[in-house]
Design a protein around this ligand. Structure first.
Ligand code: HEC
Ligand code: HEC
Ligand code: HEC
Ligand code: HEC
Ligand code: HEC
Length: 386
């Protein structure tokens, strides 16, 4: 067990303050994780921070009835709203912690339902679940001991909360599936589906999206790293994730194939707003020759036409790249010796077509975001290849 010196003063300041916001207490002792979280979509999932969520909500039929039906996943930390004591309104929780630290750390289990899954929370106060392979199974209560006749106070665990390392959902990623699995509309049609398939993969939602990054997990603890909390695919390419989408080239005599290997255990960008693309350019004798852009998209709608999610009753088309799939894209083009092939795989958070329909013009939101790219230099073209 690790011990460390402990300042009673800090404990008092942390516990005395009664902040409006739940995350303020966590911030005192977990500053780095708190900082990362500020950039995550979990801190921006309300209509007041996410213009896409707002744009779709504004058109949703439930809005006219004044029933914000998105709260259980988008703003579950707004407790007044959740227990029906208030209507959807701008407040500090909606602004900065619609899915708070403790909400995520108190998910005890997931109930599976056809419409959408449901998070079941622990009823114990300040009891947080976490994952640590070395401590798996342990439940740690804060302990304080006096040493050297009371001259030194030594503590173990966290002075603010107990930690429970025994919840399997924080190891296998199921803690994410109360919100991220799927969602049906009123017609019983599934409008969002991650299409999760574990296959032989050893990776989980948590190992890929919350990799260990530098910096201590808490102020009072010397740990070299902590789990990354800035989960987002908005605005910037998630660099840590690029390695899970691999691009390779298969060159033939008069043609070539680009292979996109998706190592994620879910379909890539299967949400109705997204559009993924493969863009290929040949650099030849100082010129750049663009080839046809390949799009990957799942389109939902009614009677053969794209529609808003609440109207949709069928899949119109779907060539999104599935969990653990390797997609081959064929090009009937003869590559020449000394050609350079620039291959980029990336995405739009909102496809330009839908952005137009929803009147979204914000440049940061509508830009193309490269996820991964590769430059193939063709020096050795064998006789056979020619
Ligand atoms: C007064 C300081 C303090 C406050 C306030 C505090 N924590 Fe902690 N927390 C710690 C310390 C110290 C540890 C490390 C304990 C250990 O590993 O022995 C810790 C550990 C944790 C862990 C488990 C880390 C692991 O090893 O996996 C989680 C999860 C956690 N805290 C969440 C929170 C959340 C959420 C809040 C806000 C509601 C919060 N903490 C507030 C000090 C604090
Ligand atoms: C079952 C949980 C759940 C419910 C209920 C839910 N959502 Fe979501 N929503 C999510 C999750 C999870 C994401 C993130 C999906 C992703 O990025 O793959 C999301 C993302 C979105 C996005 C894309 C946001 C962006 O910035 O890219 C929109 C738009 C959206 N939801 C609209 C709504 C609306 C409107 C409602 C209520 C009528 C609603 N959602 C209800 C879980 C839910
Ligand atoms: C309480 C519901 C909830 C839980 C639990 C939850 N998420 Fe989310 N998550 C959301 C919502 C809602 C969004 C979309 C916010 C938006 O775009 O408006 C989101 C966004 C994301 C994004 C960014 C997508 C984007 O559009 O930028 C990632 C990645 C993500 N979640 C992964 C996870 C992982 C991994 C876990 C488990 C450790 C998890 N989430 C747990 C509700 C949840
Ligand atoms: C092998 C690694 C890997 C695993 C395992 C994995 N993901 Fe992903 N995930 C990715 C990659 C790569 C992307 C695309 C990332 C990007 O654009 O930044 C992605 C994207 C996402 C997005 C954004 C999708 C969108 O269109 O908004 C969400 C949400 C997400 N993952 C949640 C999860 C959840 C929940 C799980 C567990 C069921 C999971 N991921 C498991 C690698 C992984
Ligand atoms: C989307 C859900 C989610 C949210 C929101 C969230 N966490 Fe976590 N957190 C997790 C999961 C899952 C892990 C376990 C990661 C692992 O395998 O180590 C974790 C790990 C931790 C750890 C231990 C880190 C380590 O390296 O072991 C601490 C401390 C922590 N969280 C604190 C916080 C604080 C503070 C906040 C708010 C600023 C927060 N969490 C918000 C899901 C979440």
């Amino acid at each position: 067990m690790k011990y460390f010196l402990f300042s009673p003063l800090l404990l008092l300041t942390a516990l005395d303050a009664k902040p409006v916001l739940e995350n303020q207490s966590c911030k005192v002792c977990h500053p780095q994780i708190y900082q990362e979280y500020q950039n995550s979509m979990h801190s921006k999932s309300s209509i007041y921070k996410d213009i896409l969520h707002k744009a779709v909500w504004d058109k949703h039929p439930a809005k006219a009835k004044g029933e914000y039906s998105c709260a259980k996943c988008h703003t579950p930390s707004d407790h007044q709203l959740m227990n029906g004591k208030s209507q959807l309104a701008d407040n500090p929780t909606q602004q900065s912690e619609p899915i708070s630290c403790q909400l995520c750390h108190q998910i005890e289990s997931i109930e599976k339902h056809a419409k959408s899954n449901k998070n079941i929370f622990t009823s114990k106060d300040k009891h947080f679940f976490s994952a640590n392979k070395e401590k798996k199974g342990e439940k740690i209560k804060f302990k304080q001991e006096s040493r050297f006749f009371g001259l030194l106070t030594i503590q173990s665990g966290s002075p603010h909360h107990s930690i429970d390392y025994s919840n399997e959902n924080y190891y296998n990623g199921d803690a994410c599936m109360g919100c991220h699995s799927h969602k049906q509309n009123a017609k019983g049609f599934i409008v969002c589906d991650m299409e999760v398939k574990q296959g032989d993969s050893k990776e989980t939602c948590i190992s890929c999206h919350m990799p260990k990054v530098q910096g201590s997990l808490a102020n009072h603890k010397e740990s070299p790293s902590h789990a990354f909390h800035g989960l987002s695919i908005h605005n910037s390419p998630a660099q840590t994730l690029a390695k899970y989408v691999k691009l390779t080239l298969d060159q033939q005599a008069n043609a070539f194939d680009i292979m996109i290997k998706n190592e994620a255990t879910h379909a890539l960008f299967p949400q109705p707003l997204r559009l993924a693309q493969l863009r290929v350019n040949i650099e030849r004798e100082g010129k750049t020759i663009p080839l046809k852009t390949e799009s990957f998209v799942k389109i939902i709608g009614t009677t053969g036409k794209m529609s808003m999610p609440w109207l949709a009753d069928s899949i119109i088309s779907d060539n999104s790249i599935k969990a653990l799939e390797t997609r081959k894209i064929h090009y009937d083009i003869t590559l020449q010796k000394t050609d350079k092939l620039i291959v980029v795989f990336g995405y739009y958070v909102i496809s330009p077509k839908i952005a137009k329909k929803l009147n979204i013009t914000d440049k940061e939101t509508i830009k193309f975001i490269p996820l991964t790219s590769k430059r193939f230099i063709l020096l050795e073209t064998s006789e056979q290849d020619k």
